[in-house]
Design a binder for this molecule. Structure first.
Ligand code: APR
Ligand code: ZN
Length: 253
């Protein structure tokens, strides 16, 4: 059901949270917009300004790799300044209360780690943009090193000593999904009795398949998102309010 207003939504959400023995949060970019990081598909979102750089384009051309790093460094101030918002803090409260053993996220901004959830309990389906890796030998590179080289090379992407290309540790369109993360997400989705999708338009597969999988496995499905999603009629509760307003009351102080 779509809650008619915030107070009705909170009553139902409180009941579902209290009744649940295992809550699995599933987050998208919408949970980080109040932290100053734009999402992708809202008006003014990242994909309304730039086309995504598909993985094969990144691999095929130095120019695309340069553009990918230019865009990443242009975002550095927003990422570096961002702190966990009310949504992150509420989910961290469920985690500390033992209600959520782990969390699945499509986000790459490291804000769930910053909210106090252990990295090993965060399943990052699309990786993490706060560090880089070589695509051949998997060597880890810190962004400060990449940026220094990038500028010294006249805004050209540096390569690894092994000759491989260096990319943020994120998953681009057309790039293989991380198998362990997918496996862990499936295992969590099938075990939970409340699946809480927060701040995602649920349009990108295979990630968008998890709310469906949860529902099919008998879990209650809650969607907290300002815009409608394709899964709304499947959900036990849809909260079309601001995430911070909807989840803020669940922050344990
Ligand atoms: N409160 C409630 N909803 C919000 C808020 C907010 N403060 N801010 C944004 N939203 C909603 C938007 O209405 C939108 O439907 O969050 C949703 C974010 O959707 P997207 O921008 O599509 O982000 P996401 O679903 O995470 O994208 C999935 O797409 O490009 C890829 O890899 C990228 O992980 C990303 C994936
Ligand atoms: Zn290498």
């Amino acid at each position: 059901m779509i809650a008619s207003d915030l107070s009705t939504a909170l009553l139902h959400l409180r009941d579902l949270v209290d009744d649940a023995s295992m809550i699995v949060p599933f987050t998208g970019a919408g949970i980080s917009t109040e932290c100053g990081i734009p999402d992708f598909r809202s008006p003014g979102g990242l994909w309304t300004k730039n086309q995504p750089i598909p993985f094969d384009a990144f691999m095929a051309s130095q120019e695309m790799r340069d553009e990918a790093w230019r865009r990443r460094f242009a975002m550095e101030e927003s990422f570096a300044r961002a702190r966990p918002g009310r949504g992150h803090q509420a989910l961290a409260s469920f985690y500390r209360a033992g209600k959520s053993p782990a969390l699945i996220t499509q986000n790459i901004d490291n804000l769930h780690q910053a909210s106090g959830i252990r990295g090993s309990d965060i399943v990052e389906l699309h990786g993490n943009t706060t560090y880089a890796v070589c695509l051949d030998c998997a060597k880890r590179y810190e962004l400060s090193w990449v940026r220094e080289k990038f500028e010294a090379l006249g805004q050209h992407a540096p390569d690894c000593d092994c000759g491989g290309y260096i990319k943020t540790a994120t998953v681009s369109f057309g790039q293989a999904m991380p198998p362990e993360a997918m496996q862990r997400a499936e295992e969590l989705t099938k075990r939970c009795d409340l699946f809480l999708a927060v701040g995602s338009s649920l349009v990108v597969w295979p990630a968008a398949g998890f709310p469906l999988m949860a529902k099919r496995n008998g879990a209650a499905l809650v969607i907290v998102n300002r815009e409608p999603t394709e899964f709304d009629d499947l959900a036990d509760l849809v909260v079309r309010n601001d995430i911070g307003d909807a989840l803020g009351p669940f922050i344990a102080h």
